[in-house]
Design a protein around this ligand. Structure first.
Ligand code: SIN
Length: 280
């Protein structure tokens, strides 16, 4: 039985007194895998993880995906996607300003990630918090009339559209990267495959349009749903410490990175991304 405490009244827990560095923690990780379905976000502080160990822990949650931006798979293991403002030998160590918008990881593929494990290697002393929103609380707190209005709607998610907005100053995606990321359609209300609980499934920038509505009406609805989803009642703000491992369920949460003084401070984060299934 893990020792836990809540992070937010509606979702998220911290597991205390756990050392994930040894293979002896396998049973505890199995318990974390089960807890993710209901708690949606799990924090374990004060970890010292090798890349190998980070990947081993992640694999207990499921098979791992490799990111389409291969230039940021800069560790010895391709399963680790590096997020960083650091340059080494004139080359970026990781993707800077990744995730500075509300999103659920890899929503732009047919079978989006079920969960992500983000490990803090180096963090600035101030700033760069990550905000998490429970999309289950967001859905459940919508007026019933709105729940009914959106129940069968779908949205188009576009990596190309996101990339163009987030990284307009960079070289465009290669043909191979574009071929790996065609636009996809997902429901805007999704069912958690294990618990059956419903979530809003929207987001900023990656979600291009709500289908079946005139563009202006769809855009207004998307803006309204996004604003509702990121209201303070459903948000947990994570203030990172070096050695934190945060695991989140991409099927029932969105998250958003926040800025920091990136001219002064270094930030190095390692993310693994667990395969998921088609949303329904
Ligand atoms: C992410 O969007 O996966 C990363 C969030 C962060 O860097 O805080």
């Amino acid at each position: 039985m893990l020792n836990t405490r809540p992070l937010h009244p509606g979702f998220g827990i911290e597991v205390v007194g756990l050392d994930l560095s040894s293979p002896g923690s396998a049973a505890a990780i199995d318990e974390m895998v089960r807890m993710l379905d209901t708690h949606a976000l799990i924090l374990v502080r004060n970890q010292t993880l090798t890349n190998q160990r980070h990947v081993e822990i992640s694999r207990q949650f499921g098979p791992l995906l490799t990111h389409v931006l291969k230039q940021f798979l800069t560790t010895d293991l391709p399963e680790i996607y590096v997020l960083s403002n650091v340059q080494e030998d004139g080359k970026p160590l990781g993707n800077h300003k990744e995730g500075w918008n509300w999103h659920s990881d890899l929503s732009y593929v047919e079978e989006p990630s079920m969960g992500s494990l983000l490990y803090a290697v180096e963090v600035p002393p101030v700033g760069a918090d990550t905000l998490f929103s429970s999309m289950q609380l967001a859905y459940e707190s919508l007026p019933i009339a709105m729940q009914e209005r959106i129940r069968d709607l779908t949205a188009t998610h576009s990596y190309l559209g996101y990339y163009g907005k987030a990284f307009a100053d960079r070289a465009p995606l290669s043909d191979e990267q574009k071929a790996r990321t065609p636009d996809v359609v997902h429901p805007i209300v999704r069912t958690h495959p294990t618990t059956g609980r419903l979530s809003l499934y929207v987001g900023q920038d990656i979600v291009k349009a709500i289908n079946g509505l005139p563009q202006a009406e769809g855009d207004a609805l998307l803006a309204q749903l996004n604003a509702h989803a990121i209201n303070s009642a459903s948000i947990y703000r994570h203030v990172w410490q070096k050695g934190d491992l945060v695991v989140w369920d991409n099927r029932s949460t969105m998250h958003c990175a926040t800025p920091y003084d990136d001219d002064t401070y270094r930030r190095v984060m390692h993310r693994t991304t667990v395969a998921g299934t088609r949303p329904f």
